[in-house]
Design a protein around this ligand. Structure first.
Ligand code: NAD
Ligand code: UDP
Length: 312
């Protein structure tokens, strides 16, 4: 077995911590870099005694030097509430983070994977979303700091590949949930589960007819590992998500049922530029990575509910 040295930026976050677990389980050495904006030590505390795990507090907007074989660039707040809290910092994290990590990858000839997002499709007018769709993003809207930051990061990745032969991979991640989401994260799955477990009102924004397609975190990590290991000339972007689509109202009802909660559904205003529909076309991931999600919503929600029961 070859032990690779892998850098995970945003490694103390929700997805990053699961990725660190998986990389270590496969016998790699992992360096986890995070500034703890939305991540927490709690997510990786179980790894601190592992001699092959290293934790570094660092902000990706500043240059960083290290020798590794692979880089997973996940550092960026992902919840709309958090990424809008300091919009300028969010776009700086995506763009300057990409420049710094790509510069590093170029110098040390490492493979580098960018955690991009379904938000590059904005409020999509093509449904389901295929990778060839250019998207429908408001460049001056409330979500632009995140959407445009991730779009610019994709542009940087593609051009470092074309101009400097950097070995890049771009994954467009669709809504992902699971254990270690922050209870106050603000995203819909964690909000609804926390509200249901506390028998508080379930806050459905708008009429609840907007749709999302929810993927369990283990499926995402499997997709990311496969993408990193894919043939060198396959750069992506590739969608990784679960194509089963639900309205937000359906999700609320499911969470109430699975938790046995007494919560009532209440309506709140729909945030500006909230995409009306979202579902990945995963034909490309199936073909290139032989990947498809294995955990469906009821099973994944039960695991996530068990987790939140233990932390709140
Ligand atoms: P998260 O907020 O839990 O994790 C992000 C991590 O990045 C946190 O640990 C945070 O502290 C760290 N971070 C933020 N800014 C940083 C900076 N400037 N320097 C260093 N570290 C910084 O979110 P997540 O759900 O784990 O998302 C991980 C990645 O996946 C993000 O890039 C996100 O855009 C992408 N993504 C996630 C989803 C999803 O549904 N979870 C969907 C699409 C894309
Ligand atoms: N949403 C909701 N109630 C909440 C949180 C979110 O109805 O308490 C809605 C939100 O308006 C959006 C969907 O759920 O339509 C998904 O929101 P999330 O913030 O999880 O992610 P997004 O896909 O919008 O980035």
């Amino acid at each position: 077995m070859i032990r690779k040295k892998v850098l995970v930026t945003g490694g103390a976050g929700f997805v990053g911590s699961h990725l660190c677990d998986r990389l270590l389980k496969e016998g790699n050495e992992v360096v986890c870099l995070d500034n703890y904006f939305t991540g927490q030590k709690q997510n990786i505390v179980h790894l601190l005694n592992n001699p092959y795990f290293e934790l570094i507090r660092h902000d990706v907007t500043m240059p960083f030097f290290i020798e590794v074989d692979e880089i997973y660039n996940l550092a960026c707040p992902a919840s709309p509430v958090h990424y809008q809290y300091n919009a300028i910092k969010t776009i700086k994290t995506s763009v300057m983070g990409a420049v710094n990590m790509l510069g590093l990858a170029k110098r040390i000839r490492a493979r580098i994977l960018q955690a991009s997002t379904s938000e590059v499709y904005g409020d999509p007018q093509v449904h389901p979303q295929v990778e060839t769709y250019w998207g429908h993003v408001n460049p001056i809207g409330d979500r632009a700091c995140y959407d445009e930051g991730k779009r610019a990061a994709e542009t940087l990745f593609v051009n470092y590949h074309k101009q400097n032969n950097v070995k890049i991979k771009i994954v467009r991640i669709f809504n992902t949930y699971g254990p270690r989401m922050h209870p106050n994260d603000g995203r819909v799955v964690s909000n609804f589960i926390v509200q249901a477990l506390q028998n508080k009102d379930i806050t459905v924004y708008g009429d609840g007819q907007q749709t999302r397609s929810f993927q369990y975190v283990d499926d995402l990590v499997e997709g990311m590992i496969r993408l990193m290991a894919s043939r060198e000339d396959f750069t992506g972007p590739v969608n990784i998500g679960n194509p089963n689509e639900f309205t937000i109202l359906e999700l609320a009802e499911k969470v109430i049922k699975l938790t046995g909660s007494k919560s009532k559904i209440v309506r709140m205003p729909l945030p500006a530029n909230d995409p009306m529909q979202r579902r990945p076309d995963i034909t490309l991931a199936k073909k290139e990575l032989d990947w498809q999600p294995g955990i469906q919503l009821n099973e994944g929600l039960m695991k996530t509910i068990d987790y939140f029961r233990s932390v709140i």
